[in-house]
Design a protein around this ligand. Structure first.
Ligand code: ADP
Ligand code: MG
Length: 290
């Protein structure tokens, strides 16, 4: 495209709240053939809330107090949900020592002298702790909730169901992109059942679940090696390498700084239906100059 066409195109994007970093990005955007959305904070609001608490061989309030105190040291949205729940219950936060997070699996630490861990099934497997309440865990996941399993002093102690709602525009955004003939996929570190339930609600049929943080960029690369041109849409620190790897990285404007820096396109209105508008704008720019 000519410099003038690029200037007009990026200018029109800016007016729509779509920040396009440079001519190459504007030219490339319409050439994507698969759009990969991150789940938490991109397809969903990213503001999860505790909906279910099921304890096992321990008082429910005690379990929540130990878990909530530990989660106070986590930066994960799941942790914030549990902390909020603990506050609502009016329980005191207990002192925590030796806190650490286990990438892609959960967290661990010592709370008021007891060893507490929380996370997904892979964490239980690592710790060689057998899961109880299996039917309940599956039921939570089938509803699109994330089950957080709790281990106290080496024993399975319960599960907390955490729900995150779809963004208002997710269904529309997916529908429009599919209507344009694009493949639409969702990628997440969350478990497969939960991911599929949320994807189904959004109208997405391709799901990449249980992906470790470093794995998102690997999955994007794999799609590229299959011959796809990938538009990756994300908001988190976890998404930054995948945004950089993609043919076009699209960051949500209220996402983390590193995601915004790694992307070529930024959605300033935080509206994922603008992915389709960015593609249309790219099309229009290329048509005008031919
Ligand atoms: P994502 O951002 O997709 O959730 P992460 O790698 O951050 O990916 O987390 C992967 C999984 O590890 C989560 O889906 C959850 O099951 C577990 N996990 C991570 N942090 C926590 C936490 N603070 N509390 C409970 N579970 C956690
Ligand atoms: Mg996210």
């Amino acid at each position: 495209a000519t410099p003038t066409a690029i200037m007009v195109g990026t200018g029109r994007g800016a007016e729509m709240g779509i920040l396009i970093k440079g001519g190459e990005a504007l030219e490339m955007t319409h050439r994507g053939d698969i759009v990969v959305f991150d789940k938490t904070g991109t397809i969903t609001e990213g503001k999860p809330v505790v909906t279910d608490v099921l304890s096992h061989n321990i008082d429910e309030g005690e379990m929540i107090q130990l878990l909530g105190s530990l989660e106070g040291h986590s930066e994960h949205p799941l942790g914030e949900a549990v902390v909020e729940h603990l506050k609502e219950k009016g329980k005191a936060v207990l002192p925590v020592e030796e806190f650490h997070s286990i990438t892609g699996k959960g967290i661990e630490g010592r709370v008021a002298g007891r060893r507490v861990a929380a996370g997904n099934i892979r964490l239980l497997e690592d710790m060689k702790v057998g899961a109880e309440l299996i039917d309940e865990i599956h039921a939570l996941a089938d509803e699109g909730k994330t089950p957080v399993m709790v281990v106290i002093d080496g024993q399975f102690a319960g599960v907390v169901g955490i729900a995150d709602t779809l963004k208002e525009n997710s269904i529309e955004a997916v529908k429009v992109l599919k209507g344009m003939g694009l493949r639409v996929a969702m990628i997440t570190g969350d478990n497969s059942k939960t991911a599929h339930a949320i994807a189904r609600k959004a109208g997405i049929d391709e799901v990449l679940a249980e992906v470790l943080p470093e794995g998102k960029a690997v999955e994007v690369k794999r799609l590229q090696e299959e011959g796809s041109r990938v538009i990756m849409v994300g908001d988190g620190i976890n998404d930054a390498p995948a945004l950089a790897q993609a043919d076009i990285g699209v960051a949500i404007g209220n996402g983390t700084d590193i995601a915004i820096e790694s992307a070529e396109v930024v959605l300033m209105k935080n509206d994922i239906t603008d992915v389709a508008r960015a593609i249309e704008l790219s099309h229009a720019t290329m048509r005008n100059i031919k």
